[in-house]
Design a binder for this molecule. Sequence first.
Ligand code: NAP
Length: 543
Amino acid sequence: MKQEYDAVVVGAGFAGMHMLWKLRQMGMSAIVVEKGSDVGGTWYWNRYPGARCDVPSLDYSVPWDPELDQEWDWSERYSAQPEILKYATHLADRHDFRKDIKFNTRVNRATWDEARTLWVVETDQGDTFEARYFISGAGALSEPNLPDIPGIRSFKGEMYHTGQWPSEPVTLAGKRVAVLGTGSTGVQATTAIAKEADHLYVLQRTAQFSLPCHTPPLTEADHAKLRVRYPEHREWQRNSYAATASTIEMPFGARAFDDPKETRFENYETAWNNGSAALVGVYGDVSINAEVATEVSDFVRDKIRATVKDQAVAEKLCPRPGSYIGTRRIIIDTGYYQIFNQPNVTLIDIHSDPITEITENGVKTQNTFCKIDMLVVATGYDAVTGPLLSMNITGKDGVQLKDAWADAPRTYLGVMVAGFPNMFTITGPSSPGVLANVIYSIDQHVNWISDCLENMHQTGAIEIDTTPEAEAEWNAHTFETCSGSLRMNDENNWYLGTNVPGKARAVLVYQGGLGFYKEKCDEIAADNYRGFVFNYDQEKETA
Ligand code: NAP
């Protein structure tokens, strides 16, 4: 049955819920299409053992429900997945969101109907939703990157991608488990699984830098301190670089080699002990100066050597020479390197000893065979573009998004694609997305999109599009924001799309900082929505 709304929103994570809340406030009707059976997005899907957020809980809270800031108590500095999911479901309860969400439903196809100026959205449940606006809140990290390893389909044990972890309990005790992948997810999962599994094989292709997160309980005093100034703090977050403060205070832009060696190492030590990503922000030039990055990277390598007793294992865990801390998303852990001192944990370096085959009961490498009962696939995501491309989106003149992006994704401000009118992409390619605290990247996009819709309503516009020229300019600016960044030389990096074989290399995430990005977007809106094209054809609207 055909159903009509002002907007179809995809995804019931923090983006979809925020957009729905805003659309309701504007008096617009909306349906949210969600493939899961409840709200939560990332935190609904990533139920793997050890899943935890790398942004402090007091900052990883929505800015659009200030009363909740006064009521909600977070239990520790960095929340684990169950607590964040509880927070997300509480938001849905409080605002009665579920009545406007179609759960257990995927978008199969979204097609722009030029004659009627609306989107036709078809789902795998047989729905056809028609709406003036199509807004994706499908997230950046929701489309799994599955490894194509010979024999993987013949494996007869349990196999789970971490982003599709079952909601029913998974028993690890008494089992031989292998974890494939040592990114943020693999490190967290490994650390937790090592505590329960009979034996754990860690299949590492590229060693990464992992930093201790230190997550002490939050006290009533911690909450009270912020409760009296939440409005100012939320406003500061909205305009800051990453919407979260470093756990170490250093003068802005401090350069490492302006300090003597002794001071530098004292600062590294303090940052390490404070935990989280502080070590990467300790000096302003860690991400751009190879000499500084090498010193900080070697500092972490020495920590690994001091933690792991077997020095041969420690060396394998040390990221290879020439790789720098911070070029990938920093990993925070709760005792990762320590688990390699446990007798039930074996590190397999699949860079020097590649996997040749997965058999029905184990993983075969060139030199060894690991018999396992469970394979945990922590191989990451077809990030940022994957969730959008999975929806078979067709814009003007029958052009498909996959063809428009065949060489690389192009957007204007990360929020619109030329030739796809009235489609908005929350945290889309070339916007800050998860490089900042994503709740605030979402906040900025939802507010900007809502203001734009309000402006269209006021001016009588029925259609908004952008142009290839505006996209090209934005693309060049996005590249500019990361010129000089050591990240640009990294391999297999999802920020660049290079983690997925065959995927076009691009700068998927805007690196100029959320505050600066917001200024740009606001300035463009204030300049009559420079680079956007509006259609005011009222006759067409009533046709
Ligand atoms: P990821 O960073 O892309 O890491 C994927 C891992 O799988 C890498 O170790 C990669 O090795 C390995 N891999 C991929 N394909 C492989 C193959 N065919 N054979 C063997 N190994 C393979 O993915 P992720 O760990 O899921 O993290 C993605 C992002 O999610 C993070 O960067 C972060 O933004 C977010 N996240 C955040 C948190 C948090 O807040 N704490 C937790 C989890 C995830 P190579 O390096 O050799 O490619």
